[in-house]
Design a protein around this ligand. Structure first.
Ligand SMILES: Nc1nc2c(ncn2[C@@H]2O[C@H](COP(=O)(O)OP(=O)(O)O)[C@@H](O)[C@H]2O)c(=O)[nH]1
Ligand SMILES: [Mg+2]
Length: 296
């Protein structure tokens, strides 16, 4: 089984930075990582990518050839990738033996709650290559500084989650900058837990412009609360907590473990405090592989 993450989120939310940081972190804890850049608008990559969509299709060429703007061009590129999924499959196959995969996707949010091309790409890969993937949806934490923007971030997270139908983790990125946009109206827990949005409505009422949309805001908050599916984790230096959450979500921690259903459910339901027994096993395997290569 091959595990990995589909990294998505609006432009500038930190996807490429995340892929770079996450691959370094996972390398340090003994996983072999391949980063796959599927964003043709990523011009300078901080990581060394194993596969680059630029080798298949270039956004600048598409824009010139078909007289498209950057948004239309990106949708064209995703359509083109879907049609040429065999190209991507062939590039990924050599990595499947021992790599953990990180997919760096474009930031056009409509690709993930409206169009079907990016979803089809992901689903085809999952089926053809037997992948276990978790969607990591990054949302810039500065959106918490404004109730209206925060509600739109919740709606975006909900509609993306419903559209993609995959294990899904919402992450407030750039959490180090959160207080630089002014003091938050509520504790950070309020924004991450998404428990009682009525407080937000009261807060909005104090703004004359927002009070105009009181009924609409109330209805939107009710939609979000009725689904009861959205919450956030934060991205700060505690990357290991996020990695554990993702490992639980895509099943990485269960693979290859010979244990009873009771043991599995204890991990599934419990806090993120299991021992990282897989690390030792994986490291041992890599060391053996390296020894074999040296011997050859
Ligand atoms: N302060 C801070 N800046 C970040 C963080 N993550 C990303 N950035 C910055 O945000 C900008 C956009 O990041 P990038 O990874 O290119 O976003 P992408 O468009 O989603 O791939 C860059 O200037 C990054 O250096 C973070 O956690 N904290
Ligand atoms: Mg990027």
């Amino acid at each position: 089984m091959v595990f990995g993450q589909v990294v998505i989120g609006p432009p500038g939310s930190g996807k490429t930075t995340y892929c770079n940081g996450m691959s370094q972190f996972l390398n340090l804890i003994g996983r072999k990582v391949a980063v796959i850049n599927l964003d043709p608008a990523n011009d300078s990559l901080p990581y060394e990518c194993a596969v680059n969509i630029e080798d298949l299709v270039k956004l600048s060429d598409v824009m010139v050839e078909h007289s498209l703007g950057p948004n239309g061009g990106l949708i064209y590129c995703m359509d083109y990738l879907e049609k040429n999924i065999d190209w991507l499959q062939a590039k990924l196959e050599p990595l499947l033996k021992d790599h953990y995969l990180l997919f760096d996707f474009p930031g056009q949010v409509e690709l993930f709650f409206l169009h079907s091309n990016a979803k089809n790409v992901i689903m085809k890969l999952i089926k053809k290559l037997n992948l276990r993937l978790t969607v990591v949806h990054l949302v810039d934490a500065h959106l918490c500084s404004d109730p209206g923007k925060y509600i739109s971030a919740l709606l975006l997270s909900l509609s993306t989650l419903l559209h993609l139908e995959l294990p899904h983790i919402n992450v407030l990125s750039k959490i180090d900058l959160i207080e630089s946009y002014g003091k938050l109206a509520f504790n950070l827990d309020f924004y991450t837990d998404v428990q009682d949005l009525s407080y937000l409505q009261h807060h909005l009422d104090s703004d004359i412009r927002a009070a105009k949309y009181r009924k609409l805001t109330k209805e939107l908050c009710e939609v979000i609360e009725n689904f009861s599916l959205v919450n956030f984790t934060t991205l700060d230096i505690q990357v290991h907590q996020l990695v554990k959450l993702i490992d639980k979500s895509n099943g990485y921690i269960f693979a290859g473990i010979d244990a009873s259903a009771v043991e599995f459910s204890k991990i599934a339901m419990g806090a993120l405090d299991w021992d990282y027994y897989r690390v030792a096993a994986v490291q041992e395997k890599y060391m053996k592989d390296d020894e074999n290569v040296d011997d050859d």
